[in-house]
Design a binder for this molecule. Sequence first.
Ligand code: AMP
Ligand code: ZN
Length: 666
Amino acid sequence: MTDIKSRIEDLRDELREHNYRYYVLDAPTISDFEFDHRLKELQILEQQHPEYFDPNSPTQRVGGQVTKNFNTVVHKNRMYSLDNSYSKKDIEDWEVRNQKILGDVPLEYTCELKYDGASINLTYVDGKLDKAVTRGDGFMGDDVTANVKTIRSIPLVLKKPVRNYFEIRGEIVLPLAGFAKMNEERIEAGEDPYRNPRNTASGSLKLQDSAEVASRPLDCLLYQVVADDLEFNTHYETLKFAGEIGFKVPDTIKRCRTTGEIYAFLDHWDKKRQELPYETDGVVIKVNSLALQDELGYTAKSPRWALAYKFKAEQAVTILQEVTYQVGRTGAITPVANLSPVDLAGTIVKRASLHNADQIEKLGLRLNDTVYVEKGGEIIPKIVGVDLTRRSPDAMPIRYITQCPDCGTALVRKDGDAKHYCPNEFGCPTQITGKIQHFISRKAMNIEGLGAETVELLYKNGLIRNFADLYELKEEQIIPLERMAERSANNMIKGIEASKQISFEKVLFALGIRFVGETVAKKLARHYKGIDALMNAAYEELILVDEIGEKIAASLINYFADPGNRLLVERLKMYGLNLSIDESLYADHTDKLKGLVFVVSGVFHLLSRNELKKSIEDNGGKVTGSISKKTTYVIAGDNMGPSKKEKADILGIPIISEQDYMSMVQ
Ligand code: AMP
Ligand code: ZN
């Protein structure tokens, strides 16, 4: 009996090691045949002895688990974005800013490639993979563990013992060769090829069937170890360590002491990146010392200690054939350039966004012009210039439209607005369906069983004129429509019914008020707690809310001044949607620290740094990264940075201890 158990364990260890050699080191020591043979043996033993089941066994790599809904997980440590830079001058400015904060300390940097895929946060408990969560909005992401387990280069069990809780971040990528092969197979099967590796990689993480994920040649490149008090002094050492315990950390990382060395790295990879097995769109430069990283801290969006340098995008030359116009859900008009199809970095481009009339004017575009097209970070490429030497004498200037292409209403352009608008808000078909499509979208009401095309269908058939009408729909009205059947109608009604559970902040976002995006909706929901208070808030009151500026405030006032909009809100209320926050979620929140601004520095004992920050926020306080006149208190732990202490002293800001803080909130 124990013989079998130890045979199973031996096989698991052995297969783990071979996986590591093959997928991480790229240096296998046995043939695929032998590997498969041993895997088969293990599978059979595990089937015969379910009592020895282990979720982290190498047999689990083949997937099979189906996830219908990905659970949302709150990140223990926020996943930030990176600040972008496009020139060496930007890098110099960044260095100067760093030195200004840190004083005259010598700085060492690391340069890494910026892998272009989907970011993932992996947590390990007792040396075993516990969770894999997508970045999401940075505060919370989706639990995609079942899918990520199938990625062979991610260790399910670490090679060496480490602290009981361990968090590491990386980028899930689809290497180019594997991507090309997937596309070949798709074309053979008569399917459309995937557009690019990055989107396919991130799409793969959200597939319901993990067996399908297992069939895709995904890889994971690691770039950051996250822990409160690491036993290492530098970022570089943490990554070396990550490599030792089984992760794939590209050895392209380099330490640099001078800007010259950084530039050399950039220049080298700007050319050599064509030869890499995966896509990269730049380089990430990081301050190597963890203590100095800590001192530099974070802005609202990104670490101050890191900077992404973007390689210059690839360009293509083509002909501008025609300009067409799209109407958005808010009535904003976007001109679109229709181009002669051209290959740009591996994708065929037929259209480019022109943003607005000014943009066309600035470029001096004419029809039939030869234009340069570039792919920036956006999905839709843009026109960056015109080749005037190739302009034909009869090239026609572009006449911007004066009427809505959809409803014919005369367009307006308000002072200060770059865009033209169709003012026919409640009568322009595209605006009507656009608003409903926004309402049902994933980040808003996330209504299953109802898609953008169906919204158009329902609208054309006169069944809905606004999003509130959705809640009056009956199955019998839907079934007779083309492409509809009992099942799809039933799913739609169920999806609409289920959306009544969606949280207030999402409902608020779903209303589609101009300038009220996800983050703003969240802020407003937390502040006003319910729609009535928000609806009745005066302009002067709105602008006092944290991060609500004049533009947003004016838009809210404008929105709720409209009786039609108020009526929609009243109807949503009547149908039972959440129009106030669920107080129980905030039961342990207080206002004790309202108006106070804290800076946290050093190592703490009672709470971890992040728990401390969360506690401040939960009690109504604000945490910022650096000390300024606005700071109320600095909470100092062990080894607080010397420059922070000096700054606090100069500005006369009280430095308090962790215990002092605890007594403030108790
Ligand atoms: P952005 O999404 O443009 O703000 O860039 C931030 C993202 O870059 C992170 O969330 C990572 O997923 C990704 N990234 C890729 N390579 C690296 C790297 N070497 N270091 C840090 N972040 C990286
Ligand atoms: Zn219109």
